[in-house]
Design a protein around this ligand. Sequence first.
Ligand code: ADP
Length: 696
Amino acid sequence: MTYRRSLARTGIFAVVYALATFAGRATVMDDANLSLVWPAAGVAAIWFCRQRHSPLRWADAVALGLITVAVNTATKASAPMAVIFVAANLAQAFVFVSLIGRWRPRLWGAGGTEPLRSPPDLWALMAAAFGATVAGAAVGPSVVWLVTGAYSWTTTSVWLSRNTASILVVGAVGFCLGPWLTRGPAAWQDSLRWLKGVPGRKIAEYAALIVCSTAAYLAGFAYSHGLPLAFLLIGVTVWAGTRLATSFVVIHNLFAGVIVVLFTLDGTGPFADIGNHASRAVVAQLFVMLTAVIGLSLALGRDERSALLAELAAEKAELGQQREQASERAELLRAIIDSTADGLAVVDADGRVTLRNPAAVRLLGGQTSPAGGFFHLDGTPLENHEMPHTRALAGEDLNDVHILVRNPGVPEGRVISVRAAALEDGAGRRSAVILFHDATAERRHRDELTNFAGVVAHDLLNPVTTIEGFSDFAGEALAALPDGPEVDEARDGLARVHRAAGRMRLLIDGLLAYTTARDATVATVPVDLGQVVTEVTVARLDAAIAAGLPVPRFTVGDLPTVQADPVLIRQLLDNLIGNAVKYTAPGVTPEVTVTAEPDDDLVRIRIADNGIGVPAGQHEAIFGNFHRAHPTAKYAGTGLGLAICKRIVERHGGTIGADDDPGGGSIFTFTIPPVPGSAQVSFSRAEEQSWGDPLR
Ligand code: ADP
C-alpha cells in the first residue's frame, strides 16, 4: 500500500467521520452532554478495519483524535470531555479491529477479502461490536464519572446501545459493500452486467419493497397518530431479508435506522412519547438493532443455503459426469471382453458363474456351470478340488494349465489352456477370474512334434549303439597295429567318431527324458527327499572320483517327505545337482548346499552352488528347450536338462526359477507339494549334514 493512497483514504474517512460526529453531536439532548445516536462509532470501526495494514495508522489515530476534539469543543463539550471521547473512540475502534480480525480473519476489513456470508459471520460482527462498545464504555462513561463524580447507569446503557447499533448497522454496510468497492471499476462493470441480467419481475419487487418501506416509515413514524405501527417496519425487513440481495438489505437497514432515529428525535413515531430522553434513545436503538439483525440473519441464512445448494448442485453434476464416464468405460470394457477370442469367466466363492464372455461359452461347448465335463489330459475327470476356480479361490495362481473339455457341445474334446487367479472386490468378496485359450491345435502340433522326436530318438539309439560298438571294435583292431602316420590318422578319426556318437547319445537321452517328463503319467507317492538327495550326491561323488575331478562338497539340510513321482523327482534333483557340480570354474571344488523351507502350502527346495553363475538376463531363458547359456566345449550338454526340470515341477503343481547367489554362484529353487496332512512347516535347518571327499 503506498503512502499516498493510504493518506487519501485517511482523508476520505476523516471527512465521513467528521460528518458522522457532527450528526451525532446534533443529538445531544441533556445535561450529561451525551449524544443519543453515534454513527461515528460505525464509521470509525470500518475506517480502522480498512486501514488495518496501512503504514500510516498513526495518522488515522491522530485524525480521529483531532476531529473528535474539534467537533466536541465546537459543540460546547468541555476540553477534558473531548479528550475522554477521543480515548473512548480510539479504544473502541482498536478493540473492534482486533476482535473481528481474530474471529473472522477471512472477512473483508478483518484481513481477508470476503463479504459477510453466513449467520455466524453476523454473530461474530455483533459480538465484536458489543465487545468494542464495552471497551469504549469502560473509557467513556467511566472516566466521565471520575471527572464529574456522578456515575449514571442510564448514560452507560445509552452509550452501549447507541454504539453497538451504530457499529452493527454501519459496520454491516461496510463489511458487505467493502469487498465490492475495493475491486474498483471491474466491480462496477460486473454489477452493471448483473443488473442487466435481473429479470423484470425482480426489479418490480425491489420497487414494490421501496414503496412499501416508505409507506411503513410514514405510517409508523412520520405522524403522531398514537398508533404503535413500528412493527410494519419489521414486516418489510423480513420481506427484504427473505427475497432481496444482502447488499440491498444492509442499505435498507441503514435507512430504517436513520429514519427511526430522525423521526424519534423530531418527536414523532411510537417512541417519541417516551418521556425520558435516554430511555427513548435506548428503545429506538434497540428497535433499530433488532430490525437490522432480523433482516441480516434472514438474508445471510438464505445466502448460506444458496451457497450450499450451489455446492451440492456442482457436486451432483460432477458425480453425474463421473457416473457417465464410468458407464462409458464399463461399456467399452464389456465390448472388449465380448469381442476377444479368448474366454473369460468369473466364478464366485459359491461356484456361481457371475460373468462370462461369448468366447468362454463357445470354448466350453456351451457349458454354463463349472460342474462336469472337465478332464485331465489323460482322460480322468477333474475332481472338484482340481477345478481351476477352486484352486484359484484357494490362493493358487494357475498359469497355462491344460485341461480337456468334453461334453455334448464339444463331443470330440477340446484342450484349453487355463490361467486363473483370485480377485477380491471392494466389499471383500473373493472370486476366481479364469482365462481360457483354445490350445487344441497347439497341443496337437506339440504332441506330434514330441512323438516324432521320441520316435526318432528311440530309433536313433540303435544306430548310435552300433556306431559306438563298431568304433570300439575298430579302435581295438587299430590298437594292435604298429604305429605309423596312416594308423595314427585312422585312430584320430575313430576317436572323433566315438566322441560324436557320445554327444548324439546324450542328445537322444535328453530327448527321451524330455518326452517322458512331459507325457508319463505322474504317479505321486510320499518320497523322502533326504533319501533321494543322498543317493544323487553319492553317485556324483563316485563319478567325480572316477573321473579324477575335484571332489564336490555337499551340505544338505533337513529335507521333508514330499508327494511326488519318485522317478521324476529323482531326475529333477539329479539334473539340478548335476548342473551345480558341472558349472564351476576349472580347478574349483564344487560346493553345493541343498535346503528346504515352507512356502505357503508347498515346500521350497533350494540348491545353491559356488559355480560360474547364470549370465545376466538369461535366468528365465535357460528353462527353454535347447537353451545353453555357456555353449563352450568345457561344459558339455544339450540344453534340455532345465526344460525337463521345469516340466517335472509344473506337472507336480510347483514352480522353478534361478537366481544369483549374492555370495557367488547360483541358486535354483523349486516348489513341490508336501505329503498331504504332514506338518511340513517345521524344518530344523540347524541339523545340516555335510559330506565330500571321503579320503579327506
Ligand atoms: P545343459 O545340458 O546345457 O546343462 P540345462 O538345460 O541343464 O542344459 O541348462 C541350461 C543352461 O543353463 C546351461 O547350458 C548353463 O549355461 C546354464 N546353467 C544350468 N545350471 C547352471 C548352474 N548351476 N550354474 C550356472 N549355469 C547353469
